[in-house]
Ligand binder design. Sequence first.
Ligand code: BGC
Length: 510
Amino acid sequence: MAMGKLEKKFPEAYEICRQFELDEGAMRKIVQAMTNEIYMGLAKETHSTASIKCFQTCVQDFPTGNERGRYLALDLGGSNFRVLLANLISAKEIDVISKTYAISKAIMEGPGIKLFDFLAESIAQFCKEHKIENDNLPLGFTFSFPCKHIGIDQGILVTWTKGFKSEGVVNKNVVEMLREAISRRGDLKVDIVAILNDTTGTLMSCAFQKQNCKIGMILGTGTNACYVEKTSNVEMFPAYQTSTKPHMIINCEWGAFGENGELDFVRTSYDKAVDRESLYPTKQVFEKCISGKYMGELVRHILVELMDKGVLFKDATSQILREREKFDTRFLSEIESDKPGQVRNACKVMDELGVRGTSEEDLLCLRHICQTISTRSAKLAACGLVSLIKKTKVKDIAVGIDGSVYCFHPHYHRLLMENMKLLLKDSAKFKLNLSKDGSGRGAALTAAVYTRRPPSPPKALSTEKQSSSCPKALSTEKQSSSCPLKASAPASMPTVRRFIQKVVWTFRHF
Ligand code: BGC
């Protein structure tokens, strides 16, 4: 059916979709507002009021390509928790074994202690399965929530996002909570050397292969980006003027952009409805416009309004669509994967949902709504990336990206490219690289970078081997972290050992 005809058939739907359109002018305004918030987040004086907080990560060292040995990695950021064992075999090969543990809603929303006991239990199970429970392996913890890092292995949760509401964790040091849960068990020895955000992991993992990778982005259940900043600009970092390391990765936490009203001129009544019904009203405004946790909900709200008006799914049993979160974001990817003008996948999705009796025109209209939401999401993400590229001033830059929306949506990459080109004109060249499993591999790599053990002969891993080719060094700088060591908890043996290693390093190289 020709588009004009569809518009005539569903004028109300087209009118709603027009509210989600973003022209170049609006996008430029958003780039400017994001840039302002980034500067505000970095500066001591304005940090507390900035919506893009730009948290220090304490990650100032990058892979050199000489990292070797076995490392554990944890990945917590959605409804699954993953434990990985990575074997850095050579500068070209990483073997990874991993296992995923589903986190129940009760654990996501229950007492924090239960969450951390669950994590410790999963790690113990995994380590016992692979007979490494007594090996005290260095571990990198990808914890994908806004965190204040006060050391490479110290992170204080600022707020939960993405459906988590576990009590008694906000304002606590999550590494300490994990260490305590592990020691409560008494049957597991691991050495937590680093805590990082999934964007940091994605950047590290991409930088392992591409020297010019300076930005990491996640577009999945949640969204966020990080980038490499000059240490001297990171005013919230106590040693920003004295650090011997020229750079630090900044965790922007751009999902919160809009909390100061910066997106009010583009937000629709549907955005506001999604916000009102969410676990954290008025928070994570940008994330609610663009990420996988919310895109399906936006489509569902539009569908319900059109059903209420009696213009869509007139003869269908569509009650199910009135239930919250029934329309998953993966449906957008599936529906838009059809050839233009086709609705075979839309039909399958409706079948899966148990919606019967839709017409072909209904499904075409549904497809148009999905496209509208995905396109706005990609345009907003493009604005974010452009503001970061401009901030870095790097003229030929690689961006590492991971996350289910970016990975599975059939047109997301193209939409990002088109809109970024439009905004950047010829001011910078860029490449968007899929950085598959950045959070898992990136955590192992970060642990390796911050362990600096003498290379140990790699042991072969037995099952589920996944190889990847790796690194060229991003920087060949010598290692010694200028992040403060542990702030509060008593020094454990691994900490003492790391401290001695750092002192020896510093002594040898300065
Ligand atoms: C979190 C970020 C995370 C992003 C992607 C957001 O909700 O606040 O820390 O990087 O999701 O997982």
